[in-house]
Design a protein around this ligand. Structure first.
Ligand code: GLN
Length: 199
């Protein structure tokens, strides 16, 4: 089989759901826990889960520096919820020791939707994906409080970006891996394929 290989960072969180979504899209997807596995992928999904736990495990598994290096070289990422937090440049209300990989020039506030609204679903207009709304599943989601002008905002909810694209990255405050709607996974795969072809 040909085509790019997609890794799913498998330290914690919605790993199986991302692997299943990529498989439904016909992509080759594999779990990544080791630096050698990270070296072998063309794109990486960083799942939803708990960003502080994933931060800590990046250290435990010796993945933090290898991941930073690959991001510097342009590794595209699909980062959902906790993954979006990890990939961002600035994290508010994070733990002092939590990692911000800095590859996505946005500022997020962890758990920013507040107690009353910790978890909710909303139909999101994402014109890039066509006229059908995308069901956004938000679970203790981060609020994107600022984004650099070069960040492409794909969807807004209550005035805040909830899906963005930047370089090869696609990031969401919600969990596309928890629905059977694979359009954001496909959008990411197109971006990865474009970069692999251009290399
Ligand atoms: N609140 C979580 C965090 O800070 C993210 C929640 C999620 O991924 N569903 O990492």
């Amino acid at each position: 089989m040909t085509g790019p290989v997609i890794g799913v960072l498998a330290l914690q969180g919605d790993v199986r759901e991302h692997l299943a979504a990529f498989e439904r899209c016909g992509a080759r997807a594999t779990a990544v826990r080791l630096a050698a596995e990270l070296d072998a992928v063309d794109g990486l999904a960083i799942p939803g889960g708990e960003s502080t736990t994933m931060s800590r495990l990046l250290g435990v598994f010796g993945l933090q520096e290898p991941l930073r290096r690959r991001l510097d070289q342009g590794l595209p990422c699909l980062a959902t919820c906790a993954g979006m937090i990890l990939l961002s440049r600035e994290v508010r209300d994070g733990r002092a020791d939590q990692v911000a990989l800095g590859a996505l020039p946005i500022t997020v506030r962890r758990n920013g939707y507040g107690r009353q609204n910790e978890s909710f679903e909303a139909d999101l207009a994402i014109p890039r994906l066509g006229p059908e709304p995308f069901r956004g599943v938000f679970i203790r989601a981060p609020v994107v409080e600022a984004a650099a002008p070069e960040v492409d905002v794909l969807a807004l909810h209550d005035g805040h970006p909830v899906a963005v694209a930047y370089g090869g990255h696609v990031a969401t405050a919600f969990h596309p891996e928890m629905t059977r709607d694979d359009r954001l996974h496909r959008l990411f795969l197109e971006r990865v394929a474009g970069r692999v072809r251009a290399a």
